[in-house]
Design a protein around this ligand. Sequence first.
Ligand code: UD1
Length: 429
Amino acid sequence: MDTIVINGGNKLHGKVRISGAKNAAVAILPAALMSTGKISLSNLPDINDVRTLIAILENLGVGIRRRGRNAVELKPARLRGYSPPYELVKKMRASYYLMGSLLARFGRAEVPIPGGCDLGPRPIDQHLKGFAALGVDIEIEHGLIKLKVANKMRGAHIYLDVVSVGATINLMLAAAAAEGRTVLENAAKEPEIVDVANFLNAMGASIKGAGTDVIRIDGVSQFGSAEHIVIPDRIEAGTFMMAAAATGGEVVVEEVIPKHLEAVTAKLREMGAAVAVEPERIWVKRTGKLLPSDLKTFPYPGFPTDLQPLSMALLTAAEGTSIITENVFDGRFRHVDELKRMGAQIKVEGRTAVVEGGLPLSAAPVTATDLRAGAALVVAGLMAEGETVVSEAEHIDRGYEQFEEKLRGLGASIKRVRSRSGIMVRKPY
Ligand code: UD1
């Protein structure tokens, strides 16, 4: 596993261009399978989850032509099958979207139970309940989810018991090809859902209401060619905004949709950072002290759970007590023990973490337990004096394009050390 070595203490300064949204891209790529035409995608983030999905599409028979780092052309007209390989599927959670898209294409799918970040128990019962309502037979055996439609999927009225991004998108994918109308109630409202709906509509689907909690889908029988530009990654943008505030620097995140970041902007202002919003850029600066703040994660438009670990790293620098409540996932505090190694004073009680901030973090060897926890530890490393070594850096590569390069561009002293056979080889800065 690679490690990231950070010499902390530098304030971040400068501009950073934000990449395409991971959580939109990882749904749009499987959705492309539904087309019998030609698909052109741009602003795709160059991250491992996208590479894995492209490899899965290739394995299923999609013709693929890369167009530089961030664009790809796909020809899914002739596919080999509906069973993506376990070795690739296990690498990422979002491979569950292959269920919805393969069902739409073939009325069949055999998908291994997906992997991805360990954020405690992450059931997919709402996905399966929705598929069943559309008339899909479901069998789970030997770690494989086998989905089959006797005749054709039929539109249905589906009420989601929990607000789920994954279930909302997966059911949109399947229902887009079902006969008749599907109404999804209590749907998630994340911007990535709107982006996927826009892409599906560009291929010929008829989806209305994405971005609200009621989505109406009128099924169609064929999907054609489409071009699509993936929206900017609000979580990557939020990461750099928090890193700016955490280091007492001044950073402009560029090519973002500020509306998607309102919860983050409001929180940073509450913590004492100056934030200026322009049409496609957000400027963040902190000169004074960070103020403690209470923070609760919620589905969009609430504060995103994916930025909870980063906000925790940031709040270790705020003088006073902050209370962070994680409402979306049960087990999303695994970064706490790692932050404590760096001297953070944090107590966890159920879904709540109490951060006693104000003492400087000290550099330490730590482990990235998942994607966003890894990013939070890197930001903590930027805040701490001395050398922090973050191991298992591959977690970060699943979701951040050129993370170290972008941070170096802002003045961070950060380096990747590639390790062969588990032995870490140090290189000079
Ligand atoms: C997606 C995002 C992830 C983000 C999360 C919440 C992708 C690829 N990942 O994950 O980055 O942190 O949304 O914003 O887009 N749940 C059930 N049953 C289900 C589905 C979900 O109980 O069938 C629960 C989950 O355990 C969790 C909550 O609902 O407690 C929200 O999960 P969900 O929105 O589905 O998250 P993901 O789609 O896995």
